[in-house]
Design a binder for this molecule. Structure first.
Ligand SMILES: C[S@@+](CC[C@H](N)C(=O)[O-])C[C@H]1O[C@@H](n2cnc3c(N)ncnc32)[C@H](O)[C@@H]1O
Length: 277
């Protein structure tokens, strides 16, 4: 299982324990989903001994939770606009289906990940029901679309696609293909992604790079907002909207305004409908 996926759930669990009004998000499922892995456990235990690591963890918690709150808000907006299916690509230990599904019982959720974490989730979350379908598939290998359709994805239902914390791990050209494929697979699609800008990648602190390298999860692919505009136009998406970290805070997570933060991911929404004036 991805160590970053576990770390993200750990950050959401810590954040959820903050008092109401100060926390960026509330994910009551995260604490039950966090699995102890020796490498993460070792880093957490010895974080005060490694220069900069404790501070780095605090910053990573903030940027992850701000991004997660931003994606949550865009998922809610997609549901309000009529999405009846949500596909969470690289879902990891997200509990979005469980958190947002309760108030949207008409929506079906598909979680796709190459990791066989699915059994763990089913075992931990009593709330997992038939509206949440888990699909184990590798998004860098052809065939995942067929696996999703076989699992029950209905091509005739308006569908929201989400890829948070994922795109930078996929081979070059995968985002372009994904943006093309989702338009042929489902109607009225919207796609929400997070992505790393090249300038963000180059300004990352050496401790963060060392940690990611040690975990074997160094990001590989970066996008500028201008490049996403180009990719969106090539695949005939009507609008591409992006949010930097500061814009995510302003729009979706104002309680994070006073928090220290380091490198972050931007968030983008691809929509097939023209933007409203
Ligand atoms: C950094 S985690 C993000 C998890 C979650 N979306 C979040 O934001 O906390 C990336 C997830 O993508 C999954 N992943 C990475 N490469 C993948 C691939 N080629 N196909 C399917 N899943 C993949 C990993 O297993 C992991 O769960």
């Amino acid at each position: 299982m991805s160590q970053i996926a576990i770390a993200n759930a750990f950050f959401r669990a810590r954040e959820s324990a903050n008092p109401e009004g100060q926390r960026i998000l509330d994910d009551p499922f995260a604490v039950g989903l966090v699995r102890t892995q020796w490498r993460l456990q070792a880093m957490w235990t010895f974080r005060w001994l490694i220069p900069g690591l404790a501070h780095l963890f605090d910053q990573l918690q903030t940027v992850h939770c701000v991004r997660h709150a931003a994606v949550d808000a865009l998922v809610r907006e997609g549901l309000e606009k009529g999405a009846l299916q949500v596909v969470l690509l690289g879902a990891g230990l997200d509990a979005r289906a469980e958190r947002l599904g309760q108030s949207n019982p008409q929506v079906r959720w598909f979680e796709v990940d190459r990791s066989p974490y699915i059994g763990h989730k089913r075992g931990v979350l009593a709330q997992v029901d038939d509206r949440v379908v888990h699909v184990t598939a590798d998004l860098s290998v052809p065939g995942w679309e067929a696996a999703l359709l076989k699992a029950g994805l209905d091509p005739a239902r308006p569908t929201l696609w989400v890829a948070e914390g994922l795109i930078h791990y996929l081979p070059e050209g995968t985002l372009e293909k994904l943006l093309h494929d989702v338009r042929t697979i489902t109607v009225q699609p919207r796609v929400v992604i997070s992505f790393i800008r090249p300038d963000m990648a180059s300004s990352a602190h050496s401790t963060l790079k060392r940690v990611l390298s040690w975990l074997g999860e160094l990001p590989k692919i970066y996008f500028s907002a201008a490049r996403l505009d180009e990719i969106g136009a090539q695949a005939n998406w009507a609008t591409v909207k992006t949010w930097t970290f500061d814009q995510q805070v302003d729009a979706f997570a104002p309680s994070a305004r006073t928090r220290a933060h380091g490198v972050s991911q931007d968030v983008a929404l691809f929509s097939a409908e023209p933007a409203q004036a």
